[in-house]
Design a protein around this ligand. Structure first.
Ligand code: NAI
Length: 710
């Protein structure tokens, strides 16, 4: 068997009459510039080689081809010819049949390359899809034109607008691939398949020449239906609609014209804020585990046994997170009655999921089997990690940590899930403050993917690294934060909610604020969040905080007045809104009356507040507080704050997070508006020194981050 080196990243060999092109560009065989050039050269070479009758393209390592190289986005290399979209055509134009041998995740440009081939043979474990929409872009290498031709218009449109991949069996069923290989050498089978095509004189079957399966009228009906769905699920976004437009072009345009238009649509998408924000979000998540003063290879502590103190709302949810990851966990309660209640609640939660068909009986049993209960605090003595989730009272926490210090084994990690208390003070109760940190889970803890890892003054480096690894195992994104009231997320939430309260006192209605925030991209506006979380809970926290906060930082008494009416939110059928069917928020004239009275009482003439002002006051209050947090060194990077807001508070991922959004608007512009607010409403709005400095020097949070971690 002759072996020829194509290049460092693409290998070439001949097997009988088949030329085998192997993409060998670890880690994911991305279509970087050199890879594209080599594949094109090898396809060319095969055309003139008389001994070669067919071609197989396959990938070395763990997948066929990972698609466009995300690191080339926004760099000149992306435009070096052949660009990915030309490459697929060059492959398709081959006069000799080309077979793609597909294994592993084959997404985006990887699948577009496979569709440029004439035949496709796939490993049974492969995943195939066009997830570009998740990065704010459009499949731009012929994907929107080829997929609907291969799998049918409707299926293609759904796959491209949702970005959801299919498994190998489905790919075969919908006509995306021709053969599945199970438990066999995929490349050998692909070569045999290609040889057979040669024997049978099979000619290239070019995807671009396949007719679309629907006529114009049928196709337009499908487009209208999908558009209506996207208008609800992808409100405010552009990429899903760009995908829709490009796929719809297959109904009216030739392949060539549709392909040319796809390139234009794709270029617009690549240059959009949405795409830049999503690429930022992708890298921001990968940064969170890099801590400047903690070496990546610092030895970790082992975590096999986990104990949780308290089986309430949080303790139960945290226990479920561990059980979902297949880890054993012991839940410890103060009394048998509370323990039984806690375990029953966990079982009830799993049962809801089971009844919805998202968990089998066996899976539920396996998860419940991971969770054991105890009423004896001594049960912590075996644990490598103890997470305290008891009542939010310093005295209770202190007594629990005194006990923990006595009972836990040496080297155990002692974590508190406190949401507001001083972790340094909790650590100081023990004789081993270096083993103590905060693990701030978000409610519901079994669902929410954010974990604030609170690094206290004396917390040792190795336990930070250990819990960051653990967070991944739990399917969560751990972000390191410093000790302050509310840590990063809830601290920023306070000025945001304060603005919401001011806005309704000055003239806006809850539904106005919610509409603006939801149009911006949050799944829920602040007043609907209030109602869902329970006004009684917010009011209790507020009353406690009011004892220590200056008057100007206190929330409006309206919250208390609404609670006095027994309106605690959705759970009582009314709060800021009415919930006549128990679920749908309906504006309530009574609230408007209460707001009017409140404004009069404060001597405020209610006015029309523009959507722009509502948005700026809400989002810029987050940005300014975020900048203060960076100044105080309580978060490592601006991008960490973005991750916190996306994973913990529903900030739209496609806007990149509050700090990246500030960069998108331009920091000079943000500061100008803050200066204006400052002049109007006083000190609370004064731009922080960091924000002003970055704005004055024409810099951005992204630049500032580079200085922090390179
Ligand atoms: P919860 O009141 O639902 O649960 C607390 C549980 O701890 C109760 O079941 C109680 O019986 C048990 N407990 C009290 N003292 C104990 C002791 N000495 N030993 C064993 N168990 C004991 O409260 P929740 O909401 O679960 O909050 C727990 C902690 O999590 C608090 O520190 C809270 O601030 C924090 N947190 C709460 C969030 C939430 O949304 N509820 C979010 C993030 C953190």
């Amino acid at each position: 068997m002759a072996v020829t080196n194509g290049s460092a990243h693409v290998l070439y060999r001949q097997s009988g009459a088949v030329g085998v092109i192997t993409i060998n560009n670890p880690p994911v065989n991305a279509l970087a510039k050199d890879v594209r050039i080599s594949i094109a050269e090898l396809i060319d070479l095969a055309q003139t080689d008389k001994l070669i009758k067919a071609i197989v393209i396959c990938g070395a390592g763990r997948n066929f081809c990972g698609g466009a190289d995300i690191r080339e986005f926004n760099t000149p290399n992306r435009a070096v010819r052949p660009m990915t979209r030309h490459l697929m055509n060059l492959v398709e134009e081959s006069d000799k049949p080309v077979v793609a041998a597909i294994h592993g995740p084959t997404l985006g440009g990887g699948l577009e390359l496979a569709m440029g081939c004439h035949y496709r043979i796939v490993d049974s474990e492969a995943k195939l899809g066009l997830p570009e929409v998740h990065r704010g872009v459009v499949p731009g290498a012929g994907g929107t034109q080829r997929l609907p031709r291969l799998v049918g218009f409707q299926k293609g449109l759904e796959m491209i607008t949702s970005g959801t991949p299919v498994d190998a069996a489905t790919a075969l069923e919908i006509g995306l691939v021709d053969r599945i290989v199970t438990d066999a050498d995929l490349v050998a089978r692909a070569i045999a398949y290609a040889s057979k095509l040669v024997e049978q004189n099979v000619v290239p079957r070019r995807t671009s020449e396949i007719e679309i399966d629907l006529n114009l009228k049928e196709g337009e009906a499908v487009v209208a239906e999908v558009r209506a769905r996207l208008e609800k699920s992808a409100r405010g976004m552009e990429a899903p609609f760009r995908c829709l437009e490009s796929v719809a072009n297959t109904l009216t345009m030739s392949f060539r014209d549709g392909w040319a238009r796809e390139a234009e649509i794709s270029e617009e998408a690549v240059a959009s804020d949405e795409s830049r924000s999503l690429v930022h979000s992708f890298f921001a998540e990968r940064q969170t585990s890099k801590i400047p003063d903690i070496p990546a290879d610092i030895p970790r502590r082992k975590i096999e046994k986990v104990a949780i103190l308290g089986a309430g709302t949080m303790g139960g949810g945290i226990a479920m997170s561990f059980a979902n990851a297949g880890m054993d966990v012991t839940v410890i309660e103060a009394s048998q009655e509370n323990l039984d209640k806690g375990l029953a609640r966990i079982e009830g939660n799993y049962d809801v999921t089971r009844k919805r068909g998202r968990l089998t009986d066996e899976e539920m049993a396996a998860r419940m089997a991971c969770i054991s209960g105890s009423v004896d605090m001594a049960a912590v003595s075996e644990a490598d990690l103890v997470i305290e989730a008891v009542f939010e009272e310093m005295e209770v926490k202190k007594s629990v940590f005194t006990e923990l210090d006595r009972l836990a084994k040496d080297g155990a990690i002692l974590a508190t899930n406190t949401s507001t208390l001083d972790v340094d003070a909790i650590a100081a109760i023990t004789k081993r403050p270096e083993d103590v940190l905060g693990l701030h889970f978000f409610s519901p803890a079994n669902v929410m993917t954010l974990l604030e890892v609170v690094r206290a003054e004396k917390t040792s480096k190795d336990i930070i690294a250990t819990v960051l690894d653990l967070s991944k195992k739990l399917g969560k994104t751990g972000v390191v934060v410093g000790v302050c009231d509310g840590f990063v997320g809830n601290r920023m939430l306070a000025p945001y909610f304060r603005q919401c309260d001011f806005l309704v006192e000055e003239g806006a209605l809850p539904q106005d604020v919610d509409r603006v925030i939801e149009t911006f991209g949050f799944r829920m506006g602040p007043f609907r969040v209030y109602d869902l979380a329970g006004l009684d809970i917010s009011w209790a926290i507020e009353k406690r905080r009011a004892e220590t906060r200056p008057a100007e930082e206190r929330f409006s008494p309206l919250l208390g007045r609404i609670c006095d009416l027994g309106r605690y939110g959705q759970k009582t059928g009314a709060g800021w809104y009415k919930y006549e069917d128990g679920r749908t928020a309906v504006p309530d004239p009574l609230i408007e009356t209460m707001l009017t009275e409140r404004s009069a009482e404060m001597g405020i003439n209610r006015r029309d507040i523009s959507d722009e002002e509502i948005l700026q006051r809400c989002i810029y209050s987050l940005i300014n507080e975020g900048a203060k947090i960076l100044e105080e060194d309580l978060a490592i990077r601006a991008s960490d704050i973005d991750v916190i807001w996306q994973h913990g508070y529903g900030f739209p991922r496609w806007r990149g997070g509050p700090m990246f959004y500030a960069d998108t608007v331009g920091l000079a512009e943000v500061v100008k508006t803050l200066d204006h607010f400052h002049a109007e409403w006083g000190d609370k709005w004064e731009p922080t020194a960091l924000l002003r400095e970055l704005a004055d020097s024409g810099s951005s949070f992204k630049e500032w981050d580079k200085g922090r971690t390179g």
